[in-house]
Design a protein around this ligand. Structure first.
Ligand SMILES: [Zn+2]
Length: 364
């Protein structure tokens, strides 16, 4: 069975209450009482993000809470304007919640907060402190997603394609191009905190491994989890080591974080940032745990034959052709698998040749 067939088979074990119905661009689809789904386009292979509008009331003012924003570009802004004109029942946006600092989630937060703040009332961004600061740093500098340091990091991990390394080196404002600004103030979300949204309690659940301090939102009364990027129905969440924290070990953190979500009821409606709303949370956690266990086994089998760098492992881990954007993600993921196995004592750095600066790993 090839990879696509396997994904299709696994996906059939999940249930999509809305089938293949998607909200049309610039419109919303109600998925639970007071919870509305919309989609924004993305200029990547992953071509959309799901955002959520929650009916809210704050200090007696009726309105909406937005969860996640889309990137900063004219198309996304125009689609938001269409939604404001037709989908808000004439009510204002009261606040913006961001699950984490990635560009597709926080890109337009500055514009949305500005657009809906009035002299009487601030439309505030709510986000974890770690992601707030990481976003500020990434937006104002060339850290973590491109530039010299990223190119050096990838080269050290065995990315040999000179053309791709040049492109990474030149990609110095990658994050800032999608997140040119951030609101100058924010309100801090913390694990375990409860938000009252429209008179209903939503609990913040922290998740590690994908972003510095990702916050998912769970509403027991509605049986709904806004999972952000922590649990996705079709693709596995990107878990990457990046040049900012070159010795990071994010994969065990991620696997622990999703394991903790098993405490939620099996019938929970999961609202993911990519793909379609689904039920089958426990099944999906099983699938993701199995997926990474299999990738560990693939990496170990390859490294038992000969020392491998993360770059050498790309064809082992990814069976498809990757564009530059996907290659940088894939490199980060390959390093994450290697670091997890090193931390478990199952891989170790192979003795490098004297003139060889590439990090290669062998089984222990
Ligand atoms: Zn993300």
């Amino acid at each position: 069975m090839d990879h696509a067939q396997l994904s299709a088979q696994l996906e059939r074990r999940l249930h999509y209450p809305h089938g293949d119905t998607l909200p049309a661009p610039g419109t919303t689809l109600q998925v639970a009482p007071g919870v509305h789904w919309l989609r924004m386009p993305l200029p990547f292979a992953l071509n959309h993000i799901n955002l959520w509008l929650l009916r809210d009331v704050q200090d007696g003012v009726e309105g909406w809470t937005i969860v996640d924003c889309g990137i900063t570009d004219d198309i996304t802004r125009a689609l938001w304007e269409q939604i404001f004109a037709t989908e808000l029942q004439g009510l204002p946006v009261l606040r913006v919640v961001c699950t984490h600092m990635h560009p597709d989630h926080i890109g337009l937060a500055h514009w949305l907060c500005q657009r809906w703040s009035t002299p009487q009332r601030d439309c505030r961004l709510w986000i974890s402190a770690t992601d707030w600061h990481a976003a500020r740093m990434a937006s104002s500098g060339n850290t973590g997603f491109g530039g010299d340091a990223a190119a050096r990091f990838f080269a050290r991990h065995g990315l040999v394609d000179a053309e791709q390394l040049t492109q990474v080196r030149q990609r110095t404002n990658y994050y800032a191009s999608m997140v040119p600004e951030l609101p100058s103030q924010y309100r801090r979300l913390l694990d375990g905190m409860t938000l009252q949204i429209g008179g209903v309690a939503w609990r913040c659940i922290v998740g590690y491994g994908h972003a510095p301090e990702h916050i998912a939102l769970y509403c027991a009364e509605r049986g709904v989890l806004i999972s952000g990027d922590m649990v996705l129905p079709r693709i596995s969440t990107n878990i990457s080591v990046i040049d900012l924290e070159p010795e990071a070990n994010p994969l065990p953190l991620y696997l622990q974080s999703i394991e903790a979500l098993r405490a939620l009821p099996a019938h929970t409606l999961v609202l993911p940032s990519h793909g379609k709303p689904f039920t089958g949370l426990h099944e999906r956690i099983d699938q993701l745990q199995t997926h990474h266990a299999e990738r560990y086994a693939d990496v170990l089998a390859a490294c038992a034959q000969a020392p491998h760098s993360a770059g050498d492992l790309l064809p082992v881990l990814f069976k498809r052709v990757l564009d530059l954007h996907q290659t940088t993600f894939a490199m980060g993921e390959a390093v994450a698998h290697v670091h997890a196995l090193v931390s478990q004592g199952r891989l170790a750095l192979a003795q490098p040749a004297a003139d060889d600066k590439v990090l290669r790993y062998s089984t222990v």
